[in-house]
Design a protein around this ligand. Structure first.
Ligand code: MG
Length: 397
């Protein structure tokens, strides 16, 4: 085995370099839209939340997020289960309420009309949620209220990352067993694909969504949370940090769950794109491409973090092919040649599997609460933020 990929530091993006706040807003608004918009489930609006609309003020967005994620406790919970994708966060948050509604009705002997012939053998789509709404007895539609807090206490034990969706499906009453589709990998569920679409419309806004994807957004008027993004570290300090690391002889890479289209604009806005080696930047796009190419051989393939694939691909670049990096027993970097900087459990688990040294930073969602758990799970060091990195890494340079 050769180790010609050299010495690299691979960064996670959100919670390390960029803020994840607007993605969490998008996830909350997506779940809220699916529950309360008449285009979908159309439940009776909660007295504490605005009725569904596409243009919201910052305080209204904050109100929806506080309610849907219970002061962000739901986000922390899923992060601790190594859930990395905010599309999964939106999907699981909505799907949990949807499953709870079906279970509640079934426990009282109320079953919806239709079945596979209505929602399809591969599972329900978002558009068909309005059909579900039409099957609900009107008093049930107005009576049932989501309990956002319940996601924290009712979740089946022992599930991690992509396995959470499969666990959720097992809670469904038998006659609805296929309603969420094949949940062995969330991206196989038609509802998950629609959740991602609605999420992207909130995040990008109607105009940018249409520019990127070449199709109209479902509900018009969304302005785009991307325009409200704020950096974690001011650009000049960030540039100085990255420049010092390069000066110490390290090549820098990125492994992020963001699509490339959502990575380049913040990198360019902060003027830091040139610090990262293009062959060491791995986004959602590369992960999906590899999953699609390898699905024939590995049907339940899921290569996003906490799978080590994104970090291994960022480390090896073109030197190893996707199959080598995705299959069991992938080629690992030589000890201390690959360092991973992340803010979440999914990063730590993926780095550990990738044979990389993990550096935890406390600028992510759980903040300082992660310090102990990172240390316990084998982080080499835990730093307040990435500006502390050059002084630490100098010892290994
Ligand atoms: Mg992160």
């Amino acid at each position: 085995m050769t180790f010609s990929a050299g010495r690299k530091i691979i960064f996670d993006m959100d919670g390390v370099i960029t803020s994840e706040e607007r993605y969490w807003d998008a996830a909350a608004l997506t779940a809220w839209e699916l529950l309360f918009s008449v285009n979908y489930l159309g439940l009776k609006p909660l007295a504490t939340l605005p009725p569904f609309k596409t243009v919201l003020s910052a305080p209204e967005i904050a109100l929806v997020r506080r309610a849907v994620f219970c002061e962000d406790k739901v986000i922390s919970f899923f992060k601790q289960q190594a859930l990395n994708s905010n599309w999964d966060l939106a999907f699981l948050t909505f799907a949990f309420q949807f499953v709870s509604l079906l279970c509640d009705l079934a426990s009282r002997g109320i079953f919806l009309n239709g079945g596979v012939e209505v929602w399809g053998a591969k599972g329900i789509t978002a558009a068909k949620l309005s059909l579900i709404r039409s099957f609900l007895p009107p008093d049930e539609r107005d009576r049932w209220e989501p309990s956002f807090e319940s996601v924290l206490g009712s979740w089946p034990q022992g599930a991690k990352g992509a396995g959470l969706a499969a666990k959720l499906c097992r809670l469904l009453p038998p006659r609805y067993a296929q309603i969420l589709g094949d949940c062995s990998s969330t991206s196989l569920s038609p509802l998950w694909k629609d959740v991602r679409e609605i999420f992207q419309q909130w995040y990008l806004g109607e105009q940018k969504f249409t520019e990127i994807f070449g199709r109209k957004a479902g509900a018009s008027g969304k302005e785009g949370l991307i325009y409200r993004e704020e950096p974690i570290i001011e650009a000049p300090r960030l540039k100085e940090t990255l420049s010092r690391l390069k000066g110490l002889g390290w090549e820098l890479g990125i492994a992020t769950g963001r699509p490339l289209s959502e990575l380049l604009s913040p990198l360019e806005r902060m003027e830091i794109r040139q610090y990262f080696h293009p062959g060491s930047v791995v986004t959602y796009d590369e992960v999906v491409k590899a999953e699609n190419a390898l699905r024939g051989e590995f049907p339940n393939i899921s290569l996003g973090k906490p799978h080590p694939f994104p970090f291994l691909k960022a480390y090896w670049g073109e030197e190893k092919n996707d199959r080598q990096l995705a299959a069991p027993g992938p080629p690992l970097p030589q000890r201390r040649m690959c360092w991973v900087v992340g803010d979440a459990m999914a990063d730590l688990l993926a780095a550990r599997e990738a044979g990389a040294c993990f550096i935890g930073v406390l600028t992510g969602q759980s903040g300082a609460c992660n310090k102990e758990i990172f240390a316990r799970e084998g982080a080499e060091v835990v730093l307040p933020d990435i500006t502390f990195l050059p002084d630490f890494i100098a010892k290994y340079s």
